[in-house]
Design a protein around this ligand. Structure first.
Ligand SMILES: [Zn+2]
Ligand SMILES: [Zn+2]
Length: 278
């Protein structure tokens, strides 16, 4: 397996880095600098990992997982919501350590098999400091062909019989969310996030609000809008996004509605290389 050529430590963090927070008895999320990974499974039991964190965080993530599930208890699988650097940063370290299959949507395969780079992040886009320095973020592909498998076409999730995956393109072509109907728990990936991800200050303090996808990587705003409509239609009761603090109930519902009602003003930047001109 091969890490991307531009894989590097990104010196950004938040007050929540290193925290593990439980949302239900069997679902917890771990904040690694500025991104969330999700641990699904009862402590000590069999489990599945969603996403692989920031570059150079393998040891930290393994320690957090071992503290919850035990040292000789690798996950049944690793699921990737999409292939952006902040979600796959330590995938090679994790896959080599645990020797488990990694699942993703086939439309993300080019970026996970060394075939194609994502477009350069848009540092010209309207946004705060974290958008301005986006040119520094890795966008080159990694190659994890040896362990990579497609998510089953029927929407089921390997290792998680109660869950389904949902295709939510726009921010990335093969981005997926995960949903459990029994308690309406949604893992939204970066389809929408619960912190304004281009603002250094809001990321640092993790100010909680429903926001559109991180602007500097989002290439298709129309698809991104349709994806959020699709997720809102599931009527999630709780959400864990790729970035930000988990949200529930009224705050989540009102925030999502507000985002959808004012999509063009609050989600879509005023300018940027992928912003539709009208
Ligand atoms: Zn992303
Ligand atoms: Zn992200």
């Amino acid at each position: 397996m091969k890490q991307s050529d531009d894989n590097r430590l990104i010196p950004m963090t938040s007050v929540d880095s290193g925290k593990l927070r439980e949302v239900t008895a069997d679902v917890a999320y771990y904040t690694n600098q500025i991104v969330n990974l999700v641990f699904i499974g009862q402590p000590g039991d069999s489990w599945v990992l969603v996403d692989a964190g920031m570059p150079k965080s393998g040891t930290e993530i393994i320690e957090a997982a071992e503290a919850r599930f035990g040292t000789a208890n690798p996950p049944a699988a690793i699921l990737l919501t999409h292939g952006h650097f902040d979600h796959i940063g330590s995938i090679i370290a994790l896959a080599e350590h645990w020797k488990v299959p990694v699942y993703a949507h086939p439309l993300e395969f080019p970026y996970l098999t060394g075939a194609q780079a994502y477009p350069e992040p848009d540092a010209t886009v309207e946004g705060g400091l974290l958008a301005k320095i986006a040119a520094y973020y890795p966008n080159e592909p990694i190659d994890i062909r040896e362990v990579l498998q497609p998510l089953p076409a029927d929407g089921t999730v390997p290792g998680l019989p109660d869950w389904q995956w949902i295709h939510v393109p726009g921010h990335a072509p093969g981005q997926v969310a995960f949903f459990r109907k029994s308690d309406q728990l949604l893992l939204a990936a970066d389809a929408f996030v619960t912190v304004q991800q281009d603002s250094l200050y809001k990321v640092l303090v993790q100010k909680t609000e429903v926001c559109g996808p991180p602007v500097y990587f989002t290439t298709d705003w129309k698809a991104a809008h349709e994806s959020v409509l699709k997720l809102a239609g599931l009527q999630p009761e709780t959400v864990i996004s790729g970035h930000g603090t988990a949200m529930t109930g009224t705050a989540l519902r009102e925030g999502l509605q507000e985002l959808l009602d004012h999509w063009n003003e609050v989600a879509v930047p005023d300018y940027g290389k992928w912003v539709p001109k009208n």
